[in-house]
Design a protein around this ligand. Structure first.
Ligand code: SAH
Ligand code: SF4
Length: 386
């Protein structure tokens, strides 16, 4: 083969990360009927099959053709930890010496998977371990949906057609999903697709710290649930905790969130407001009262998250008294207010503690001292694998 021919040989397409529309376009581009897309979607995401030869309703000729131009590659699991409380954490390799974390949290009949959308995060919220690690890159759609595939497969939910363990997905792992818009949306739509994981739109939630221009577009692409990481009842305090607030302040963010939620066809849905409670920072009764006024005309439910400490942070977890007082004020003001219980503490799997391994491009991690964020376990594993 000469050099010119070499140059036109395309990289095989990873079918793992193609939305239904992209998979249809792929099959049509190779002269095949679009129902092939449905067959392949089901093989990958319903039955967990990634070998073309096992796809029994696809002819041998087509299988051979596919093998030459396509692959089905889920990401590689470097390590899995199981907590005494049933929480399971995966460290998942993504290229370039990076790894992200995914956590499965069982709670009775419900099993929630907390999925990452980026390697690190560029937004640097003051209380978040992921933010301290800086940022490397967006995850591909294959890497995002691959986390669901890996978890479902690990519970025998796919090939063995076992009972569904992953009943809910929250985009609350590492990264800001609205800054990786196309891949996050494509992956969420695969989670909800009947031929894939078939999760109800009430059980897939995107969480954002407030990238308003992208939130304004979200409703054109998906109808998943929305959570807003608010953490403060006024701009002065929120500017300190969530720096993107300086660009898109609270009023702008809440207006955009309200447009999204009221624009959904089933207009009974509510925005989840996430509020991480940090001792003596945002946990005073005045903050709760201000929050109650701020949200009074918006369809919301409030989720209080006690701050989960990590090495490099001087913040402290809210006291139980302050937490109870805060919740009572909101409940008395008429809000449905839940408290997120910390799970998987023995395996560093709690909310905001996910750190993976980020080959930081922003040099932020140097400033903060990377080893303070990443668990020793991960440092060990990554230094062996690189
Ligand atoms: N970037 C998105 C999604 C990932 S963060 C967002 O910010 O919404 C998911 C949730 O974990 C957010 O509500 C975030 O504020 C919260 N969180 C981050 N660090 C935390 C910590 N140390 N303790 C408790 N919650 C934390
Ligand atoms: Fe990024 Fe969310 Fe962490 Fe803020 S809280 S740094 S947006 S991952």
């Amino acid at each position: 083969m000469n050099q010119t021919e070499d140059a036109v040989v395309a990289e095989p397409v990873n079918l793992m990360g193609l939305s239904e529309a992209k998979l249809i376009a792929f099959f049509e581009s190779i002269g095949e009927k679009k129902f092939r897309a449905t067959q392949v979607l089901k093989w990958i995401h319903q039955f967990g099959v990634i070998e073309f030869d096992e796809m029994s309703n696809i002819s041998k000729v087509l299988r051979e053709k596919l093998k030459k131009i396509a692959v089905i590659h889920p990401p590689h699991v470097i390590k899995q930890w199981d907590s005494v409380d049933g929480t399971r954490k995966f460290l998942i390799e993504v290229s370039g010496g990076n790894a992200v974390e995914t956590v499965f949290i069982p709670d009775g009949e419900r099993g929630t998977l907390c999925v990452s959308s980026q390697v690190g995060c560029s937004l640097d919220c003051s209380f978040c371990a992921t933010g301290k690690q800086g940022f490397n890159r967006d995850l591909t759609c294959a890497e995002i949906i691959g986390q669901v595939w890996i978890a479902a497969k690990s519970f025998g939910q796919l090939a063995e057609k076992g009972p569904r363990k992953v009943t809910n997905v929250v985009m609350m792992g590492m990264g800001e999903p609205l800054l990786n818009f196309d891949n996050s949306v494509d992956a969420m739509n695969l989670m909800m697709h009947d031929n894939c994981y078939g999760l109800s739109k009430r059980r897939v939630t995107l969480s954002t710290s407030g990238v308003v221009p992208m939130l304004d577009k979200l409703g054109d692409y998906t109808d998943a649930c929305l959570a807003i990481s608010l953490h403060a009842p006024n701009d002065a305090l929120r500017n300190e905790l969530v720096p993107i607030n300086k660009k898109y302040p609270i009023a702008m963010l809440l207006a955009s969130a309200e447009r999204y939620i009221t624009g959904l066809p089933d207009n009974r849905r509510k925005i989840t407001i996430e509020y991480t409670l940090i001792d003596h920072v945002n946990d005073r009764p005045e903050h709760a009262e201000e929050l109650a006024v701020l949200l009074k005309d918006i369809p919301v439910k409030i989720n209080l998250i006690p701050f989960n400490p990590f090495n490099l942070s001087n913040y402290k977890r809210v006291s139980n008294n302050a937490l109870r007082r805060f919740q009572t004020i909101l409940v008395e003001a008429g809000y449905t207010t839940t408290v997120r219980t910390t799970r998987g503490e023995d395996i560093d799997a709690a909310c905001g503690q996910l750190a993976g391994a980020v080959n930081d491009k922003t040099r932020r991690s140097e400033r903060y001292g990377l080893s303070g964020v990443v668990s020793e376990d991960v440092v060990k594993i990554m230094s062996h694998s690189s």
